[in-house]
Ligand binder design. Structure first.
Ligand code: CP
Ligand code: NVA
Length: 331
């Protein structure tokens, strides 16, 4: 029974285990429907706004395509199109957009902005990434694990790299809700903040899963079913490249590191990834540090156990489920 119509998704723990599982299962169902050409226009005649203050390839496209396949129209509003927070308060913007649109996605900096939108819009608001959390990413990640490992329950997903960023924090908390063991392998200064660790521990008491947060690569990797990484400099942190390289180069996901799992494993990455020198950042890393790839090598990125593009496609199926459940007439 899907009964969270009108609900915001501002961070993972807005939803409980049962609700997150409903969304992941609904995404699987909608993916099957789409592959078989079965209509599912659960948002026919609705309109959604996408407010994006940061760049995006996957999330913006996923919202746009998902909404369109559900029958809704989409309006994209970039930072330059609006006066959000500059000449117009978030509260006033939320009230205006909420009076016209049936739902609002927001990508930007502080979590407080998406929380304020959620408080004042009067329509569902979805967090499309903030500095703190990336909740829509999590739906795709756990759907991908389910598809390729049969289940995520009781599996161990190990995040290696900047353990203090939005994706690492979201993974730790979502795993704790869903009953997935999450290891975070990172140098001490880039391990999850204490408040997020505490939140995860509280949630683990209910789900029975565990986490290991360590700077010891071998200890953290051993026995992992999934190795996950993300960029070393998140959007807005581009100037920290040298500092991050110095801290994180022992944590690069390469074949030697993956072999430490001692078992077959999956490789996941939320993307974008710096895995070679074909990007400006990849080229800069090569010039500055003489390396070909940062958080992951090209070998692992393109390996037979890498599921990064399947994971990216699942962004669309899972966002479709989120839209349909909170703003559509799927019951
Ligand atoms: N994974 C992800 O959020 O990608 P984009 O930044 O391209 O949306
Ligand atoms: N941690 C990254 C995720 C990008 C999808 C960032 O915030 O830039």
């Amino acid at each position: 029974m899907i009964n969270f119509y009108g609900k915001n998704y501002l961070k993972e723990y807005d939803f409980n285990k049962h609700q997150l599982e409903i969304l992941i299962n609904l995404a699987e169902d909608l993916k099957t429907k789409e592959k078989h050409g079965i209509p599912h226009r659960y948002m026919s005649g609705k309109h959604i706004a996408l407010i994006f203050e940061k760049q995006s390839t996957r999330t913006r496209s996923a919202f746009t395509v998902a909404a369109s396949k559900l029958g809704a129209s989409v309006e994209y509003l970039s930072k330059n199109d609006m006066q959000l927070g500059a000449k117009e308060s978030v509260e006033d913007t939320a009230k205006v957009l909420g009076s016209m649109f049936d739902g609002i996605a927001y990508r930007g900096f502080g979590q407080e902005t998406v929380e304020a939108l959620g408080e004042f819009a009067g329509v569902p608001v979805w967090n499309a990434l903030t500095n703190e959390w990336h909740p829509t990413q999590m739906l795709a990640d756990f759907l991908t694990v389910k598809e390729y490992l049969g289940t995520y329950h009781g599996k161990t997903v190990t995040f290696v790299g900047d353990g203090r960023n939005n994706v690492a924090h979201s993974l730790l908390v979502t795993g704790a809700i869903l009953g997935v063991n999450i290891n975070i392998v990172a140098p001490e200064s880039l391990q999850p903040t204490l408040s997020v660790q505490k939140l995860a521990m509280d949630l683990q008491h209910q789900s029975g899963s565990k986490s290991l947060i360590t700077s010891n690569v071998e200890k953290g990797i051993k026995g992992s079913d999934v190795i996950y990484t993300d960029v070393w400099c998140s959007m807005g942190e581009e100037d920290a490249l040298e500092e991050r390289y110095n801290l994180l180069h022992p944590y690069q996901v390469n074949q030697e590191l993956v072999d430490m799992t001692g078992k077959d494993t999956l490789f996941l990455h939320c993307l974008p990834a710096i895995h070679d020198t074909t990007t400006d950042v990849g080229q800069l890393a090569y010039e500055k540090f003489g390396v070909d790839g940062l958080e992951v090598t090209d070998e692992v990125f393109r390996s037979s156990y890498s599921r990064v593009f399947e994971q990216a496609e699942n962004r669309m199926h899972t966002i479709k489920a989120l839209l349909a459940a909170t703003c559509g007439d799927v019951h």
